[in-house]
Design a protein around this ligand. Structure first.
Ligand SMILES: [Zn+2]
Ligand SMILES: [Zn+2]
Length: 230
């Protein structure tokens, strides 16, 4: 980034029009994003619309039956066009501007509800995958949120001890088994009120496993934040 471009307003990553609110998306493209509709407040599974006159459902049957270890999941967007494109730009082409935009959209959407958090913890990659990729996509999404919250980004609160198969490549019934025991808590207390950040949440087995390790290390409340829900 040159000394001049640093001070220019960012351009929209989708259409190159000037960005709005100093982030790299214009007002039109931002309005067209697939914002998530009514979803379970615990696990972010989309909920069916209720009949007119009845109260809207806020928690799904699965979470009522067996509540997850985290307090809630806050997801802003559906993993649909063009959000899937942004996530792939970030993960597979190393486009950090795409990660920053995802993080800034999440921060604008969710920061007010997360005020008071002590720490923002990205879901870690296995060290081998981190070396291959050169960056952790969850960290790229987490830092704009940490900055908006005024909370530290704590990369070492968790480590990934097993290189698991990407959850999206597995059938739902295999996902819990795939991630069991795949995280360890880092040294030190992770914070009392922790925001755990991932790029895309599928069945929530990965973030549930990571949340259990954070709670085991002393966190009292873990809120999961993801850019998109697949
Ligand atoms: Zn645009
Ligand atoms: Zn649920």
């Amino acid at each position: 980034m040159g000394p001049l471009t640093r001070w220019l307003p960012p351009r929209c990553l989708f259409c190159a029009a000037p960005g709005s609110d100093r982030i790299a998306i214009c007002r039109g493209c931002r309005g067209d994003l697939p914002w998530l509709g009514n979803a379970c407040s615990r696990c972010a599974t989309p909920l069916p619309a209720t009949a007119p006159g009845l109260a809207e459902l806020t928690v799904c049957g699965a979470c009522l039956w067996r509540p997850p270890p985290f307090a809630r999941i806050r997801v802003s967007l559906a993993y649909a066009s063009p959000v899937d494109w942004l996530v792939r730009r970030l993960k597979f082409r190393g486009d950090l501007a795409a990660g920053r935009l995802l993080g800034e959209l999440v921060a604008a959407d969710a920061a007010a509800e997360l005020a008071g958090a002590d720490a923002v913890v990205p879901v870690p990659l296995h060290p081998r995958r981190l070396v291959e990729r050169g960056f952790n996509q969850a960290s790229e999404i987490a830092w704009p949120l940490a900055r908006a919250l005024g909370a530290p980004l704590v990369r070492r609160a968790l480590t990934r001890t097993a290189a698991t198969v990407p959850q999206m490549d597995l059938p739902a019934h295999r996902r819990g088994i795939n991630v069991r025991g795949s995280f360890a808590a880092g040294r030190g207390h992770p914070g009392r009120d922790v925001v755990l950040v991932d790029d895309v949440v599928t069945t929530a087995s990965t973030v549930a496993e990571a949340a259990r390790r954070l709670i085991g290390a002393g966190a009292e409340r873990v809120t999961v934040v993801a850019a998109a829900r697949a």
